[in-house]
Design a protein around this ligand. Structure first.
Ligand code: NAD
Length: 256
Protein backbone atom coordinates (compact mmCIF):
# COMPACT_ATOMS: atom_id res chain seq x y z
CA UNK A 1 0.00 0.00 0.00
CA UNK A 2 2.86 2.42 0.75
CA UNK A 3 5.36 1.38 -1.95
CA UNK A 4 7.39 4.35 -3.25
CA UNK A 5 6.46 6.40 -0.19
CA UNK A 6 8.89 7.55 2.50
CA UNK A 7 8.12 7.70 6.20
CA UNK A 8 10.26 9.63 8.67
CA UNK A 9 9.64 8.52 12.24
CA UNK A 10 11.28 10.53 15.02
CA UNK A 11 12.47 8.62 18.07
CA UNK A 12 12.32 5.33 16.17
CA UNK A 13 15.34 3.50 17.59
CA UNK A 14 13.12 2.12 20.36
CA UNK A 15 9.59 1.41 21.59
CA UNK A 16 6.54 2.85 19.86
CA UNK A 17 8.51 4.69 17.14
CA UNK A 18 10.24 1.48 16.06
CA UNK A 19 6.89 -0.38 16.13
CA UNK A 20 5.30 2.24 13.86
CA UNK A 21 8.34 2.31 11.53
CA UNK A 22 8.14 -1.48 11.13
CA UNK A 23 4.38 -1.41 10.46
CA UNK A 24 4.85 1.24 7.74
CA UNK A 25 7.81 -0.68 6.29
CA UNK A 26 5.64 -3.83 6.10
CA UNK A 27 3.37 -1.78 3.80
CA UNK A 28 6.36 -0.97 1.56
CA UNK A 29 7.38 2.50 2.79
CA UNK A 30 11.06 3.42 2.87
CA UNK A 31 12.00 4.55 6.36
CA UNK A 32 14.11 7.34 7.87
CA UNK A 33 14.96 6.40 11.43
CA UNK A 34 15.92 8.88 14.15
CA UNK A 35 16.77 8.60 17.83
CA UNK A 36 19.55 7.68 20.22
CA UNK A 37 21.11 4.39 21.37
CA UNK A 38 21.54 1.32 19.18
CA UNK A 39 20.98 2.19 15.52
CA UNK A 40 22.28 -0.91 13.73
CA UNK A 41 19.69 -3.25 15.31
CA UNK A 42 16.63 -1.18 14.30
CA UNK A 43 18.17 -0.55 10.83
CA UNK A 44 18.58 -4.30 10.28
CA UNK A 45 14.99 -4.96 11.43
CA UNK A 46 13.67 -2.48 8.82
CA UNK A 47 15.97 -3.74 6.04
CA UNK A 48 14.72 -7.29 6.67
CA UNK A 49 11.25 -6.06 5.64
CA UNK A 50 12.56 -5.41 2.12
CA UNK A 51 12.54 -1.59 2.05
CA UNK A 52 15.26 1.04 2.10
CA UNK A 53 16.31 2.60 5.37
CA UNK A 54 18.33 5.67 6.34
CA UNK A 55 19.17 7.15 9.73
CA UNK A 56 19.65 10.71 10.97
CA UNK A 57 20.67 11.33 14.58
CA UNK A 58 19.08 14.79 15.02
CA UNK A 59 18.55 15.78 18.62
CA UNK A 60 14.86 16.72 18.49
CA UNK A 61 15.38 19.47 21.06
CA UNK A 62 17.54 21.36 18.51
CA UNK A 63 15.69 23.12 15.64
CA UNK A 64 18.84 23.38 13.44
CA UNK A 65 19.36 19.60 13.68
CA UNK A 66 15.70 18.99 12.80
CA UNK A 67 16.15 21.19 9.69
CA UNK A 68 19.24 19.21 8.76
CA UNK A 69 17.33 15.92 9.17
CA UNK A 70 14.45 17.04 6.97
CA UNK A 71 16.91 18.17 4.24
CA UNK A 72 18.76 14.87 4.52
CA UNK A 73 15.51 12.88 4.11
CA UNK A 74 14.43 14.92 1.06
CA UNK A 75 17.87 14.50 -0.56
CA UNK A 76 17.95 10.75 0.14
CA UNK A 77 14.38 9.85 -0.90
CA UNK A 78 13.01 12.90 -2.78
CA UNK A 79 10.30 13.71 -0.24
CA UNK A 80 8.89 12.81 3.17
CA UNK A 81 5.35 11.55 2.51
CA UNK A 82 4.60 10.37 6.04
CA UNK A 83 5.90 12.19 9.10
CA UNK A 84 5.48 10.52 12.47
CA UNK A 85 6.29 12.90 15.33
CA UNK A 86 7.02 10.39 18.05
CA UNK A 87 10.21 11.28 19.98
CA UNK A 88 9.43 11.90 23.62
CA UNK A 89 10.74 11.76 27.16
CA UNK A 90 9.14 11.73 30.60
CA UNK A 91 9.98 13.10 34.05
CA UNK A 92 7.86 12.65 37.14
CA UNK A 93 7.77 15.23 39.97
CA UNK A 94 5.33 17.64 41.62
CA UNK A 95 5.11 21.11 40.06
CA UNK A 96 6.96 22.79 42.92
CA UNK A 97 9.79 20.23 42.69
CA UNK A 98 9.93 19.97 38.88
CA UNK A 99 13.49 20.67 37.62
CA UNK A 100 13.30 23.67 35.27
CA UNK A 101 15.69 22.09 32.77
CA UNK A 102 13.47 18.96 32.62
CA UNK A 103 10.41 21.14 31.91
CA UNK A 104 12.27 22.86 29.06
CA UNK A 105 13.54 19.56 27.61
CA UNK A 106 10.10 17.90 27.70
CA UNK A 107 8.39 20.86 26.01
CA UNK A 108 11.15 21.02 23.36
CA UNK A 109 11.28 17.28 22.56
CA UNK A 110 7.61 16.29 23.09
CA UNK A 111 5.93 19.39 21.60
CA UNK A 112 8.11 21.96 19.82
CA UNK A 113 9.91 19.33 17.70
CA UNK A 114 6.56 18.32 16.17
CA UNK A 115 5.98 21.93 15.12
CA UNK A 116 9.43 22.17 13.49
CA UNK A 117 9.26 18.83 11.66
CA UNK A 118 5.69 19.55 10.48
CA UNK A 119 6.42 23.07 9.19
CA UNK A 120 9.38 21.67 7.23
CA UNK A 121 7.45 18.67 5.84
CA UNK A 122 4.17 20.34 4.82
CA UNK A 123 5.28 22.29 1.68
CA UNK A 124 6.43 19.16 -0.22
CA UNK A 125 3.37 17.21 0.96
CA UNK A 126 1.09 19.96 -0.33
CA UNK A 127 2.96 20.13 -3.63
CA UNK A 128 2.32 16.38 -4.06
CA UNK A 129 -1.24 16.78 -2.71
CA UNK A 130 -0.67 13.75 -0.47
CA UNK A 131 0.80 13.55 3.00
CA UNK A 132 0.22 12.06 6.41
CA UNK A 133 1.33 13.67 9.65
CA UNK A 134 0.83 11.41 12.64
CA UNK A 135 1.56 12.88 16.05
CA UNK A 136 2.15 10.41 18.86
CA UNK A 137 0.46 12.20 21.74
CA UNK A 138 -0.83 10.18 24.71
CA UNK A 139 -3.88 9.74 26.90
CA UNK A 140 -2.08 12.58 28.67
CA UNK A 141 -3.07 14.74 25.71
CA UNK A 142 -6.67 14.19 26.83
CA UNK A 143 -6.55 13.88 30.63
CA UNK A 144 -4.05 14.69 33.39
CA UNK A 145 -2.12 12.64 35.96
CA UNK A 146 -0.40 14.01 39.06
CA UNK A 147 3.36 14.64 38.86
CA UNK A 148 3.42 14.84 35.03
CA UNK A 149 2.94 18.59 34.49
CA UNK A 150 5.40 19.07 31.63
CA UNK A 151 4.38 15.85 29.87
CA UNK A 152 0.63 16.55 30.18
CA UNK A 153 1.10 20.17 29.05
CA UNK A 154 3.21 19.07 26.06
CA UNK A 155 0.80 16.30 25.04
CA UNK A 156 -2.28 18.56 25.31
CA UNK A 157 -0.27 20.94 23.10
CA UNK A 158 0.37 18.15 20.59
CA UNK A 159 -3.37 17.43 20.37
CA UNK A 160 -3.98 21.15 19.74
CA UNK A 161 -1.25 21.31 17.11
CA UNK A 162 -2.80 18.24 15.44
CA UNK A 163 -6.19 19.94 15.13
CA UNK A 164 -4.74 23.16 13.67
CA UNK A 165 -2.49 21.30 11.22
CA UNK A 166 -5.48 19.23 10.09
CA UNK A 167 -7.66 22.33 9.61
CA UNK A 168 -5.04 24.30 7.68
CA UNK A 169 -4.68 21.40 5.21
CA UNK A 170 -8.29 20.22 5.21
CA UNK A 171 -8.94 20.89 1.51
CA UNK A 172 -5.75 19.12 0.44
CA UNK A 173 -4.60 15.50 0.46
CA UNK A 174 -2.54 16.16 3.59
CA UNK A 175 -4.07 14.83 6.81
CA UNK A 176 -2.89 15.18 10.40
CA UNK A 177 -4.04 13.02 13.29
CA UNK A 178 -2.85 12.06 16.76
CA UNK A 179 -2.45 8.67 18.41
CA UNK A 180 -3.06 8.63 22.16
CA UNK A 181 -1.69 5.47 23.79
CA UNK A 182 -2.32 4.44 27.37
CA UNK A 183 0.39 2.33 29.02
CA UNK A 184 2.84 0.73 26.56
CA UNK A 185 5.64 -1.33 28.08
CA UNK A 186 8.64 0.50 26.56
CA UNK A 187 11.83 1.76 28.28
CA UNK A 188 9.95 5.04 29.02
CA UNK A 189 7.36 3.16 31.11
CA UNK A 190 9.72 0.50 32.47
CA UNK A 191 11.44 3.32 34.42
CA UNK A 192 8.08 4.14 36.04
CA UNK A 193 7.49 0.43 36.81
CA UNK A 194 10.95 0.22 38.43
CA UNK A 195 10.26 3.35 40.54
CA UNK A 196 6.89 1.93 41.64
CA UNK A 197 8.50 -1.43 42.59
CA UNK A 198 11.06 0.37 44.77
CA UNK A 199 8.51 2.77 46.32
CA UNK A 200 6.08 -0.06 47.24
CA UNK A 201 8.72 -2.72 47.95
CA UNK A 202 7.06 -5.13 45.48
CA UNK A 203 8.26 -7.22 42.51
CA UNK A 204 8.41 -5.89 38.96
CA UNK A 205 5.35 -7.98 37.97
CA UNK A 206 3.35 -6.66 40.93
CA UNK A 207 4.42 -3.09 40.12
CA UNK A 208 3.14 -3.51 36.54
CA UNK A 209 -0.26 -4.63 37.86
CA UNK A 210 -0.40 -1.67 40.27
CA UNK A 211 0.36 0.71 37.41
CA UNK A 212 -2.28 -0.86 35.15
CA UNK A 213 -4.82 -1.09 37.98
CA UNK A 214 -4.55 2.66 38.68
CA UNK A 215 -5.54 3.70 35.15
CA UNK A 216 -6.26 0.97 32.64
CA UNK A 217 -9.49 -1.10 33.03
CA UNK A 218 -8.33 -3.72 30.49
CA UNK A 219 -5.32 -4.50 32.75
CA UNK A 220 -3.30 -4.88 29.53
CA UNK A 221 -0.48 -2.87 27.99
CA UNK A 222 -1.03 -1.66 24.42
CA UNK A 223 1.75 -2.92 22.11
CA UNK A 224 3.88 -0.92 19.64
CA UNK A 225 2.59 -3.35 16.95
CA UNK A 226 -1.05 -2.40 17.67
CA UNK A 227 -0.15 1.30 17.52
CA UNK A 228 1.70 0.65 14.25
CA UNK A 229 -1.49 -0.74 12.71
CA UNK A 230 -3.38 2.43 13.71
CA UNK A 231 -0.71 4.48 11.93
CA UNK A 232 -1.15 2.24 8.85
CA UNK A 233 -4.91 2.93 8.94
CA UNK A 234 -4.29 6.71 8.95
CA UNK A 235 -2.12 6.19 5.84
CA UNK A 236 -4.68 4.01 4.04
CA UNK A 237 -7.22 5.28 1.47
CA UNK A 238 -9.92 4.79 4.15
CA UNK A 239 -8.08 7.37 6.29
CA UNK A 240 -8.45 10.02 3.59
CA UNK A 241 -11.07 12.06 5.44
CA UNK A 242 -9.95 11.35 8.99
CA UNK A 243 -8.67 14.77 10.01
CA UNK A 244 -7.65 16.21 13.35
CA UNK A 245 -8.66 13.27 15.54
CA UNK A 246 -6.94 12.27 18.77
CA UNK A 247 -7.50 8.52 18.79
CA UNK A 248 -6.88 6.82 22.09
CA UNK A 249 -5.76 3.19 22.27
CA UNK A 250 -5.77 2.89 26.02
CA UNK A 251 -7.66 -0.11 27.40
CA UNK A 252 -10.51 2.16 28.50
CA UNK A 253 -8.37 4.69 30.45
CA UNK A 254 -10.17 7.77 29.07
CA UNK A 255 -13.62 6.12 29.02
CA UNK A 256 -13.83 6.26 32.82
P1 NAD B 1 11.14 5.08 24.32
O1 NAD B 1 11.94 5.65 25.43
O2 NAD B 1 11.11 3.60 24.09
O3 NAD B 1 11.52 5.74 22.93
C1 NAD B 1 11.74 7.12 22.81
C2 NAD B 1 12.49 7.37 21.53
O4 NAD B 1 12.74 8.77 21.43
C3 NAD B 1 13.85 6.67 21.48
O5 NAD B 1 14.12 6.26 20.16
C4 NAD B 1 14.81 7.79 21.90
O6 NAD B 1 16.14 7.60 21.43
C5 NAD B 1 14.14 8.97 21.24
N1 NAD B 1 14.52 10.26 21.79
C6 NAD B 1 14.51 10.69 23.08
N2 NAD B 1 14.99 11.94 23.17
C7 NAD B 1 15.30 12.32 21.89
C8 NAD B 1 15.83 13.49 21.32
N3 NAD B 1 16.16 14.56 22.07
N4 NAD B 1 16.04 13.52 19.99
C9 NAD B 1 15.75 12.44 19.22
N5 NAD B 1 15.24 11.31 19.70
C10 NAD B 1 15.02 11.25 21.02
O7 NAD B 1 9.67 5.64 24.59
P2 NAD B 1 8.24 5.27 23.97
O8 NAD B 1 7.40 4.81 25.10
O9 NAD B 1 8.36 4.43 22.76
O10 NAD B 1 7.73 6.73 23.59
C11 NAD B 1 7.51 7.16 22.28
C12 NAD B 1 6.42 8.21 22.28
O11 NAD B 1 5.21 7.63 22.74
C13 NAD B 1 6.71 9.41 23.20
O12 NAD B 1 6.29 10.59 22.56
C14 NAD B 1 5.84 9.10 24.40
O13 NAD B 1 5.48 10.27 25.09
C15 NAD B 1 4.65 8.44 23.75
N6 NAD B 1 3.83 7.63 24.64
C16 NAD B 1 4.35 6.56 25.30
C17 NAD B 1 3.52 5.83 26.14
C18 NAD B 1 4.00 4.63 26.88
O14 NAD B 1 3.25 4.10 27.71
N7 NAD B 1 5.19 4.13 26.64
C19 NAD B 1 2.19 6.18 26.30
C20 NAD B 1 1.71 7.30 25.61
C21 NAD B 1 2.53 8.00 24.78
Amino acid sequence: MLANKTALVTGSTSGIGLGIAKALARQGANIVLNGFGDVEGPKAEILALGVQVAYHGADMSKPAEIEDMMKFAAERFGRVDILVNNAGIQHVARVEDFPVEKWDAIIAINLTSAFHASRLAIPAMRAANWGRIINVASVHGLVGSAEKSAYVAAKHGVVGLTKVTALENATSGVTCNAICPGWVLTPLVQKQVDAKAVALGVSNEEAKNVLLGEKEPSMQFTSPEELGELAVFFCSPAGNNVRGVAWNMDGGWVAQ
